[in-house]
Every structure is written in C-alpha cells, then in structure tokens.
Write a protein that binds this ligand. Structure first.
Ligand code: G6P
Length: 369
C-alpha cells in the first residue's frame, strides 16, 4: 500500500503530483515531434462526422461533466461547432431531441457510470455517432461507442478526481484544436502556437507544484471556513465549479462555483469577512471584468484568494492572497489553474482530519442509477 503511494501520504496527493506526467502521457504519440500536428487515432473513422457535425452533445457526470464544460468553451471557440453539455442523468430521462448528424461525446474516468452508459445507449439507438473519452481501458462505455480516445492518465484511486480531470481536458483541448484546423478556422501559425502551448503544460505544472508549501500556508488560514465561493469566467468558470466540488467532496465545507458575473444575482448576499472567495483571474480577454468582480468582493469585506498570471501586480494589490501560475495562452489556463485549487482542497481536508482518499458517502464509480 505504502509503495503504491510512492511515499506520499495519500493517493490524492500522489495523483496531484503525477499530473505533469499523466498529461504528458495523454498527448504522447498524439502530437508530432515537430509539434505541428495532432493525431487522434481512435477517432479517425468518425472525423468526417465530427467535422461536419451540426451539434456536439457532451454527456457526463461529476468531475467529468466539469471537463465537458471546459470542452464546450474550447470547441465553440476553436472548432466553431455548437455544443451542449448535459448531465447524463437529466439527458437520458427527458426524451432529448437527437439527430443523425449529432455527435455525442461521453466523458467518464471509470467508463462504468450507469447514467452515462445509459445515455449513450439511448443516443446510439436514435442514430447519433458516439465518441468516448475514458480512462479505464476496456470498460463498459468504450465498448458501446463508435470511436474514442483513451485519456491514459493511469489508474486513479483517490475518490476525488484530479489527474483524470486534467487528462480529460487535455483530450478535449486536442480535439478542439484538431477539429478547428480541419474546419479551416485555425491558420498554420495559430495552430502551431496552440499545440506548442499545450506541450508546455507539464513543465509549467512542475513550477506550480513547487509552490505547494506556500499554497498549504493559505489552506491553513481558511481551514475553518464554513462556506467558500469560487468564481471564474469563460473556460475558467468550469474550473471554479471543479474547485468548489473538490473542496466540498473531501473537506465537507459548503462551496459553490459561479460564473463571476452571476455573483451579483445571489451569492454576493453571502459575502462578509468570513467568506473566502477563490477567483480564477489569469490574463485573458475577460481580465478587466474579473478585476471588477474582485473589487466587488473586496468592497463587501470578502477574503479574496486569486489565481493569477505570474507578475500580476494589479490583482496582488487588491487580493488577500495570490497564487501565481506561469503565463500561457488562455486556452491552456484551465489545466494550470485547477491544480492550485486541488492542492488547497487536499490540505484543508487533511488539516480537518478528513479521510481524503475515501470521503464519506462517495464512491469512485457510481454504477447505480
Ligand atoms: C463519482 C466520482 C467522481 C466522478 C463521477 C463520474 O461521483 O466520485 O470523481 O467524477 O463519479 O465518474 P466517471 O467515472 O464517469 O468519470
């Protein structure tokens, strides 16, 4: 058991630290050596369907649904295909409208989630093309799909998903770029730049992981919180959802993720000096907007912990704490910014004496409906 944990106190911590390697394993052999092409062998046969799809429907549960929501932003931005992200359990029971030129993408770490499996069986019967993004090779979902891409994150034991999530996002990012290229939306230079940016993620994550002790110090300050709010915009909104889920799953602190601008339609009423607000605020096209959102929180005495691009002095002067991540293209930011949030949740849960790898009432794989 101790050997499996490779010297780490918990599987979750080991899996958090494995991410530079697991993400590398996800794109290994799928990006050409000269970093100019993406090949996803498992979906070659359905590429014509995918590039001409009228609509992509992503079905998933839990953390995989959050990865799918990152995928929605990236697919719409780069592939320019309309995307709907559905909770598998809602989708399957509501007589959804599915056409033959729809492509359904099922995302599942285990490949065994009962609702996701049932959702794709139904969509398949209605004539849609089904693609799987799964981690466990040979599991039930990949066996039901027409095509798929394995995430190759390696076995994940911690119930709270970490490396499986970043590998799912890596696959979706590759797919978005590749489809965008095939559909003529991405010119050579941008396509190469995006691929290059993706290949830099492992080394940038190594840098983030080196600041674990600093991040643990922040965790110490908020370990007794009873509530927490997570805010992000664009493809960082699903990262806010995932950050909140990680905290509530393993530390049992009530946490909510919100699109930053929606805060004023509800959660702002909860903000006082006892409310930690985690804001994912790296430099991208909505940067100015998120800076205003931070001001709104500070004006109500909330505590702001901001995940920022290295060297950001503006937010440093406003927030209570900043956690810096290396500069990157905005499409890559979900992969970088989620990791400090995983680390914070992990340390808060350990400090609260929680069973991090096996939180109460949760299962790694939900095979009941
Ligand atoms: C459970 C797990 C989560 C996971 C979800 C979906 O709730 O605890 O970590 O995200 O199921 O699982 P899947 O295997 O389909 O990704």
């Amino acid at each position: 058991d101790e050997i499996d944990k490779n010297g780490y106190e918990h599987y979750m911590l080991k899996e958090i630290h494995e991410q530079p390697t697991s993400i590398g394993d996800t794109f290994r052999g799928r990006i050409s050596i000269d970093k100019t092409k993406i090949f996803l062998g498992g979906i070659i046969d359905v590429m014509p369907k995918l590039t001409q799809a009228k609509r992509i429907i992503i079905v998933a549960c839990g953390t995989s649904w959050h990865a799918g929501t990152v995928g929605e932003y990236l697919f719409e931005e780069y592939a320019r295909i309309p995307v709907e992200v559905e909770y598998a359990s809602e989708f399957r029971y509501r007589n959804p409208i599915i056409n033959q030129d729809d492509v359904v993408i099922a995302i599942s770490q285990s490949g065994e989630t009962a609702d996701t499996l049932a959702a794709i069986k139904m969509a398949k019967e209605k004539g849609a093309t089904i693609i799987g993004i799964c981690n466990v090779v040979g599991s039930s979902i990949p066996r039901e799909t027409h095509a798929g891409v394995y995430t190759h994150a390696g076995i994940e034991i911690g119930v709270a998903s970490t490396k499986a999530f970043t590998s799912q996002v890596t696959v979706l990012t590759m797919m978005a770029f590749m489809i965008g290229r095939k559909r003529g939306n991405l010119y050579d230079d941008l396509y190469k730049k995006l691929i290059h940016e993706l290949t830099l993620v492992p080394e940038k994550l190594e840098i983030i992981l080196k600041s674990e002790n600093y991040i643990k110090g922040i965790a110490e300050m908020y370990k007794d919180a009873t509530n927490a709010l997570y805010l992000g915009r664009g493809c960082l909104f699903p990262v806010a959802l995932e950050g909140a889920l990680k905290l509530k799953e393993i530390s049992y602190i009530h946490a909510e993720g919100y699109p930053a601008a929606e805060m004023k339609h509800g959660p702002i009423a909860l903000i006082d000096e006892n409310m930690p607000v985690f804001v994912i605020a790296t430099k991208d096209k909505s940067y100015e907007k998120i800076v205003s959102n931070i001001q709104e929180v500070k004006a109500r005495s909330g505590r702001v912990i901001a995940i920022v691009t290295e060297g950001d002095e503006t937010i440093k002067n406003m927030a209570d704490h900043v956690i810096e991540v290396p500069d990157s293209h905005e499409s890559i930011a979900p992969l970088l910014t989620v990791v400090p949030l995983q680390i914070i949740s992990y340390h808060i849960a350990v400090m609260r004496g929680c069973n991090v790898d096996q939180p109460r009432n949760l299962a790694k794989s939900v095979t009941v409906e």
